[in-house]
Design a protein around this ligand. Sequence first.
Ligand code: NCD
Length: 328
Amino acid sequence: MDTLAGRSLISIQDFSNEEILSLLGLAEKMAEALGWENTDDRQGPEPLDAILATLFFEPSTRTRMSFESAMLRLGGGVISMAEAKATSAAKGESLADTAQIISGYCDIIVVRHSEAGSAQIVADNATVPVINAGDGTREHPTQALTDLFCLRRHKGTLSGLKVGLCGDLKYGRTVHSLAPALARMGCELVFISPPALAMPPEIVNDVQQHSSASPVQSEELQGALADLDMLYMTRIQRERFEDPAEYERYKGVYVLDKATMKQAPDDMLIMHPLPRVDEISPEIDDDPRALYFEQATGGVPVRMALIALLLGIIEQSETRRSGLTEPT
Ligand code: NCD
């Protein structure tokens, strides 16, 4: 296992299983330091001489704010281009130039952009580590880490689980990072979507290569629930449709409500990267299996762990020494 210090995270494939598991172990420690179990235990951070820059060309609530919260909790500083479209990009500056300039102002960059491959362009031109916070429809690796963190906390493991991914699997970038990671960890996958919004073939191939069982594809939600350990719902990605009429056709295609949940196993967790539109009815928010709000909260300790490792504040060897990792 190489050190994570100085590296970037553009695709979930950039991290090995061992690296992911040690990061999740460190995130547990971070959650403990945040006083998750007992707020009286919260320890304030030592000041950290490092700055995180957030460069967001697309809307974000959870991802940007949890990154900023994570850096502040680590004791560092944050500079933010939340309305990146309104900056020099509007004057025609290239992403490559912007990346070089921002590198001079910070120690780590978090970028979100509507173009697939944009985070890689930033990484190629930056002199500091770059984290992909969503590049168009391609990937959203830190959401996958956040999802794995929540799943492992509740199931105690990531291997041998059966997980259903439901909704817009074509345009939804979170599942493009999560599905390969789950397959590599030893999960069995069920892809639930209309055929027109199916998981892209390259992700299906990747999943097939990394799992013992081929992923099952289903158009129907109810029938797929029976033996799932976790159901991951996603939003139909309205902004990615070229034809608004197509979106109208698919919106509301899956709705998880009390009636549907009656068919689900008692221990089937419900997760969602959020924001939700209508695919999860608020009537199940107080179902103990509904984890999506807790899942979003976990974005802070996970991103604290990621930033600490990429900045080299904590070495992976330390997470191993302290018994934070589990064997792979
Ligand atoms: C996701 C995204 O931006 O891809 N949101 C998030 O970061 N939690 C999911 C979505 O927008 O549907």
